[in-house]
Design a protein around this ligand. Structure first.
Ligand SMILES: NC(=O)c1ccc[n+]([C@@H]2O[C@H](COP(=O)([O-])OP(=O)(O)OC[C@H]3O[C@@H](n4cnc5c(N)ncnc54)[C@H](O)[C@@H]3O)[C@@H](O)[C@H]2O)c1
Length: 381
C-alpha cells in the first residue's frame, strides 16, 4: 500500500478486517507500506498492521512477493504508479478520482488492457458503491421498482473549506489534485448515480466557482484538516461545482459538489425519481434507504424508511444482527472483499479502469462547459 494517511488508514482497516468477517477465497497479507519518510512510515506500519516499510514505490511494484498494489496517494501519482504496477503483472486498486486528466486515465486503461494477459486486475476505489443501502438502491432500480429513471438529483456537500482561513493542502493545488470539489467529491456522485441507475451521463452543462482565491499555506495536515503555516498561496481549483446532465436512458440530472457549504460535513445524497416511484439516500444516515412506491394507494402511501441492516441486504450477512448499523469504514472492507473475490474468481472487478475513465470524461466535460459559460457539452468529445 502506498500512502498511509486518510485513505491509507481506511484501506488498512479494510485489509485487516475483511478476512476476519468475510469468508474470503484468498487471505490478504499486509506486506509493505510505502512512505517517503522512513521513520514516519515505520510508525504508521506498526500502528496499521503492515509487516515492512519501503520509501520508494518503484522498489515495491516489481517485487516477486507483491501481488496487489493499493494506491492511496494524491491524484498526480496515480497514473505512473498504476501503469508501473500493471506492467509488472500486479493487481491494482487505485483511489478515486482515478487520475488528474482524461489523457492519464486513458493511459491507465491501456495499461490495464495490456496487463490482462498476465491475469492482473485493476479497480478504482469508488467506495460508496459498497454502502449496503446504495447497493440495495441499485438492486431495486434494476428490478424495476421505480420504473423508468426520469430524474436524478445528487449532492455532495462538505464545509471544511468554508472558512476563508482554512489552509491550503494538496487538494487545493490543480497540479496535484486535478480539480477541486469537482474531482474530489463530484466524482463520487457521478459514479454513484451511474451505478445506481445503470445508466451513463452523455452530456452536461456545468458551472465551477472558486470563492476564496488565496489561503494560508499548510503546516501539518491530517485527513481533511490542516494547521496554518506561515505564508499564503493561491488556490488553483474550484470550491464548488454544479451541473445539469442528460442520462443515456433519456433522463435528466442535477448534481452539486461543494466544500464550502457551512454545516454540511459529509452530506452525500441522491434522490432518483422514476416513472413509478422514488428512492432517496443521505450518507449522514447511511443505514437508511427511502422508497416511495406510487402503486401504493395515496390513502396510506408515503415514503417507506428501509433500515438496511437485514441479513438479506447486500454485505450485511457478514456483520451484526438487524438494527446494529454499519459506518464509514465498512465500505472499504466491502471494497477489499469484492476485489479479492474478483481476483480469486478470475473476473474483472467493478468499477473498472474503463469506468474510472468515463467518470474522468464527465468531469472534463463539466470543466469545458464551465469555461464555455455553461454550454451543453457532450461527454467524451
Ligand atoms: N474513496 C474515498 O472516499 C476517498 C476519500 C478521501 C480521499 N480519497 C482519495 O484517496 C487519495 C489519497 O487521499 P488522502 O485523503 O488519503 O490524502 P492524504 O493527504 O491524507 O494522504 C496522502 C498520502 O500519500 C503520501 N504520498 C504523497 N505523495 C507520495 C509519493 N510520491 N510517494 C509515496 N507516498 C506519497 C502522503 O505522504 C500521504 O501518506 C486521493 O486520490 C483522494 O482523492 C478517496
Amino acid at each position: 500500500m502506498i500512502g498511509y494517511a486518510f485513505m491509507g488508514r481506511a484501506h488498512s482497516q479494510a485489509w485487516r478486517v475483511a478476512p476476519r468477517f468475510f469468508d474470503l477465497p484468498l487471505e490478504p497479507r499486509m506486506g509493505l507500506l510505502v512512505g517517503r519518510n522512513e521513520a514516519a512510515a515505520t510508525a504508521a506500519a506498526g500502528r496499521l498492521g503492515w509487516a515492512e516499510v519501503e520509501t520508494d514505490w518503484r522498489r515495491v511494484v516489481e517485487r516477486d512477493d507483491v501481488d496487489l498494489v493499493d494506491i492511496c496517494t494524491p491524484g498526480d501519482t496515480h497514473a505512473e504508479i498504476a501503469a508501473a504496477a500493471l506492467r509488472a503483472g500486479k493487481h491494482v486498486l487505485v483511489e478515486k478520482p482515478m487520475a488528474n486528466s482524461v489523457a492519464e486515465a486513458e493511459a491507465m486503461v491501456a495499461a490495464a488492457e495490456d496487463a490482462r494477459g498476465s491475469g492482473a486486475r485493476a479497480m478504482v476505489g469508488f467506495t460508496y458503491r459498497r454502502v449496503p443501502a446504495v447497493a440495495l438502491a441499485r438492486q431495486l432500480v434494476a428490478e424495476g421498482r421505480i420504473g423508468q429513471v426520469r430524474q436524478v438529483r445528487a449532492q455532495y456537500l462538505q464545509d471544511w473549506l468554508a472558512d476563508d482561513e482554512a489552509p491550503l493542502s494538496w487538494r487545493l493545488d490543480k497540479d496535484r489534485a486535478g480539480s477541486g470539489a469537482l474531482g474530489d467529491i463530484g466524482a463520487h456522485i457521478v459514479d454513484l448515480t451511474e451505478f445506481v441507475t445503470g445508466e451513463r451521463y452523455v452530456g452536461v452543462s456545468g458551472m465551477l466557482e472558486t470563492f476564496v482565491h488565496e489561503r494560508p499555506t499548510a503546516g501539518n495536515s491530517d485527513g481533511l484538516s490542516s494547521t496554518a503555516g506561515t505564508g499564503r498561496g493561491r488556490v488553483t481549483v474550484d470550491d464548488a461545482a454544479a451541473f445539469t446532465a442528460r442520462l443515456s436512458g433519456g433522463g435528466t440530472a442535477v448534481l452539486e459538489a461543494t466544500r464550502v457549504a457551512w454545516g454540511r460535513k459529509n452530506a452525500m445524497r441522491f434522490e432518483i425519481s422514476g416513472s413509478t416511484g422514488t428512492l432517496a439516500f443521505d450518507f449522514e444516515e447511511m443505514n437508511i434507504l427511502h422508497h416511495y412506491d406510487a402503486s401504493t394507494p395515496a390513502r396510506d402511501g408515503g415514503f417507506r424508511r428501509i433500515l438496511v441492516t437485514e441479513s438479506d441486504h447486500p454485505y450485511i450477512a457478514a456483520w451484526w444482527p438487524p438494527g446494529h448499523g454499519l459506518g464509514y469504514e465498512h465500505g472499504f472492507t466491502h471494497q477489499a472483499v469484492d476485489l479479492v473475490e474478483a481476483i480469486a474468481g478470475g473476473h474483472d472487478p467493478a468499477p473498472s479502469f474503463a469506468d474510472g475513465l468515463h467518470v474522468q470524461q464527465v468531469l472534463a466535460a463539466v470543466e469545458r462547459s464551465s469555461t464555455a459559460q455553461g454550454a451543453f457539452t457532450a461527454v467524451g468529445d
